[in-house]
Design a binder for this molecule. Structure first.
Ligand SMILES: Cc1cc2nc3c(=O)[nH]c(=O)nc-3n(C[C@H](O)[C@H](O)[C@H](O)COP(=O)(O)OP(=O)(O)OC[C@H]3O[C@@H](n4cnc5c(N)ncnc54)[C@H](O)[C@@H]3O)c2cc1C
Length: 497
């Protein structure tokens, strides 16, 4: 149960609303300290009180339900309980609470949608800043100024009436803008436009020191570089200015099948190089006889009411003819194509099973032999009944953010084993899946690959140093400068406290 308490007679210095909950066993007490002119929130006994919390425009939640929700993510394997959850009513709330936490050395995790899978958006005995209340969007000409808690689906729905779209969308649109910009953000248009971080023109952030700062490639550029794909280590992103491109009304989607990986990647390379498709991905699917089939998924836009030229787009490709699937969709239905599957997985409950996901970037020169050897050993049970395997390329030169670590190879492939640990006879446990993730990660790393750090690969401090490589000195310097008490994003484990 939640009880809303309105501030009474405390002038402008009060929070507009403060929620406290759990009236019963383990009740939480909230009071105003007249001497300190501040609120005192008593959180769980084992994590100590948050005392003298400054006045806020938004809500500071300390009830067990809110803290429990913030101690979970899409992985459903790691659970770190915060002392409190901030739903900011303004950017100023974020700055106020970061200064508060900095002064006391209280760790802080920004949380968008909590769709990372290994506790990255969690914090034990600290403060979770849920960015979802910061969701304002303004479309200004060919750009949008979007607050970090807005979802990509919100942004797309706001830009489409202007005939515009963000150039790169993630496959799933219900991710927060701040969350994907903190990791990189890749999708089927990355082969043409780079990652989502490459389309950012300016950021507003609150540093770990509690300073609200605007940064861009020409203004506080070190902070800009540290925030994009920076895993939330130096600052909480509060808003981003992103470039937009013309959106089509309709698209034509092609799904082409190949018997082996080298045939798929050869065609992917060919179409990525000449840019004939606006969108390019690929997957590996069970073939129904115990093996795998390799699928190229590509999209071309309808232009001025005219359908794409099928022969020109696919005539020279080497897929198994007669098995292609071609369909036309509205651009929005295509962009939001995962929505029906997600609704289904929610209805069966599999959405809530553990998800020890594994995402890596493999150098193009090694991809065929590596994927072939992984798939030779992999069974559908290893990824779970609703597991997904992704494999698709993008050109290295388009990826400009130094902290999005990708192989030093002109071609980079995303290879992802999106596992679901659905319990069942003979099914691997989540822990076994994580162990397998780690050993596969080491193989990729030794080939010059990198993990895309949204999944579940246990990493030591040394692993992170190696991961960031020549970008490590700049990241460490930015950390020291902008988060001097090392309070931000401990769930990533990059700078252990
Ligand atoms: C179903 C599904 C589909 C996905 N598809 C794609 C895809 O197509 N492409 C792709 O690139 N990724 C994809 N992902 C991965 C996704 O991009 C990351 O997990 C991303 O971090 C999720 O965003 P979020 O809002 O849930 O972030 P969270 O999980 O809440 O946060 C991730 C990290 O970023 C930090 N963070 C969050 N918000 C901020 C902020 N405002 N400022 C600073 N740090 C912040 C957190 O502290 C945490 O460390 C997918 C994930 C799922 C579950």
């Amino acid at each position: 149960m939640r009880v809303e308490r309105e501030g009474i007679g405390m002038g402008n210095h009060l929070p507009r609303r403060v929620f406290v909950g759990g009236l019963g066993v383990g009740a939480l007490v909230l009071g105003f300290d007249p001497a300190g002119r501040a609120w005192v929130a008593e959180a769980a006994a084992d994590s100590g009180p948050l005392e003298r919390v400054p006045p806020l425009d938004g809500e500071l939640l300390v009830d067990p339900g809110s803290r429990e929700e913030a101690a979970d993510d899409y992985g459903h394997m790691v659970r770190h309980h915060p002392r409190a959850v901030l739903r900011p009513g303004s950017v100023s709330d974020v700055a106020v609470m970061l200064r508060y936490c900095r002064a006391r050395g209280i760790p802080v995790a920004a949380r968008g949608q909590g769709h990372s899978t290994n506790g990255q958006s969690q914090v034990e005995a600290g403060l979770v800043v849920e960015t979802g209340t910061l969701d304002d969007i303004r479309v200004e000409g060919d750009r949008a100024v979007v607050q970090a808690g807005a979802l990509w689906s919100d942004l797309l729905r706001r830009t489409l009436p202007h005939g515009l779209t963000p150039p790169v969308l993630t496959d799933y649109l219900e991710l927060s803008v701040g969350g994907t910009l903190s990791v990189g953000g890749v999708g089927g248009a990355t082969h043409r436009h780079g990652a989502q971080v490459d389309g950012v023109l300016e950021l507003e952030v609150v540093t770990g020191a509690g300073h609200r700062v605007v940064c861009s490639p020409t203004r506080r550029a070190d902070l800009f570089r540290a925030a994009l794909a920076g895993l939330g280590q130096c600052a909480v992103v509060t808003s981003a200015t992103v470039g937009l491109v013309p959106a089509p009304d309709r698209v034509r989607r092609y799904q082409l099948r190949y018997p082996e990986v080298a045939a798929l990647t050869a065609d992917q390379r060919r179409v990525a190089a000449d840019g004939r498709f606006e969108y390019l991905e690929g997957s590996v699917q069970p073939d129904g006889t115990g093996g795998w089939v390799y699928v190229l998924e590509a999209v071309a836009f309808w232009r001025d009411g005219s359908a794409p030229d099928d022969a020109a787009l696919t005539g020279d490709l080497s897929h198994e003819t007669g098995t292609e699937e071609v369909d036309d969709l509205s651009y929005l239905d295509f962009a939001d194509r995962l929505a029906p599957s997600v609704a289904y997985l929610r209805s069966t409950g599999e959405w809530y099973d553990p998800h020890p996901w594994w995402n890596v970037f493999v150098p193009g020169s090694a991809v065929d032999s590596f994927v072939e050897s992984v798939m030779a050993d992999l069974t559908p049970a290893d990824i779970g009944p609703t597991g997904v395997v992704l494999l698709y390329p993008f050109g290295r030169p388009l990826l400009g953010a130094p902290l999005l670590r990708v192989p030093d190879d002109p071609e980079v492939f995303l290879f992802a084993l999106l596992k679901t640990a659905t319990p069942g006879p003979g099914a691997p446990t989540p822990e076994e899946m994580v162990e397998a993730n780690r050993s596969l990660y080491e193989r990729v790393r030794d080939l010059g690959g990198y993990q895309y750090p949204v999944g579940t690969v246990p990493m030591s401090e040394d692993d992170w140093r190696r991961h960031f490589g020549d970008a490590w000195p700049d990241l460490a310097a930015a950390k020291q400068k902008y988060d001097p008490r090392n309070i931000l994003a401990p769930g990533q484990g990059v700078f252990p406290r």
